[in-house]
Design a binder for this molecule. Structure first.
Ligand code: SF4
Ligand code: SF4
Length: 188
């Protein structure tokens, strides 16, 4: 069982994932505003799907790597992370994928500030605004702090190429194949 990170932060006024992330329960595609978003947040908050309740972006879950000032609605940079673990459960690498939700978000933040996030144990891939995810996957160069992390990054990518690898998704643990099949089923 993949342990979910401990969450100490709260989302506040941010609603970025309600637009950026797909919701399987009502076939909401990614990058499309959820029909339940309202001025106060979620109009069905108490009965929202479990996948919404369990969802955590990198800003919410990885405060050791992502500063408070990087909340997605503030920066325009949306971040999700995946982890590589050793057999004994030790966390070897957190790889954060960051998507610009608006043009030039990463330049507005400043490349120096972004580079500060690349520390041992934490690597990043930044996707420019307008990238179509599948086409863009091979485009950005992952940024690693050292050779060891780069090797872990390569191991992580290899695992993700195996459809039987189990990954933590927003509604629990699934194989890569299940997660991909689900994404393929969503309207675009
Ligand atoms: S994007 Fe992150 S901070 Fe914003 S509402 Fe979603 S989980 Fe919370
Ligand atoms: S149901 Fe509510 S929490 Fe879930 S995506 Fe829609 S607005 Fe956000």
């Amino acid at each position: 069982m993949i342990e979910l990170p401990v969450l100490n932060r709260v989302c506040g006024d941010c609603q970025a994932c309600c637009e950026w992330v797909a919701v399987r329960e009502f076939m909401k595609p990614e990058r499309e505003k959820c029909k339940h978003q309202c001025a106060n947040g979620c109009s069905i908050y108490e009965s929202r799907p479990n996948e919404c309740k369990q969802y955590h972006c990198s800003w919410l879950a990885y405060e050791e790597y992502i500063p408070l000032s990087f909340r997605p609605d503030v920066t325009g940079l949306f971040m999700e992370s995946i982890e590589l673990h050793a057999l004994n459960g030790e966390r070897l690498l957190v790889l954060t994928m960051a998507w610009e939700m608006k043009p030039n978000a990463m330049f507005d933040i400043g490349l120096k500030e972004l580079n500060k996030l690349i520390v041992p144990g934490h690597a990043m891939l930044v996707f420019q605004y307008g990238s179509v995810s599948e086409q863009a996957l091979s485009t950005p160069v992952p940024m690693f702090a050292n050779e060891e992390d780069a090797q872990h990054g390569a191991d992580l990518m290899q695992k993700l190429n195996d459809p039987t690898t189990k990954i933590g998704t927003m509604d629990g643990e699934h194989t890569v194949e299940e997660a991909m099949r689900w994404t393929d089923d969503l309207p675009r």
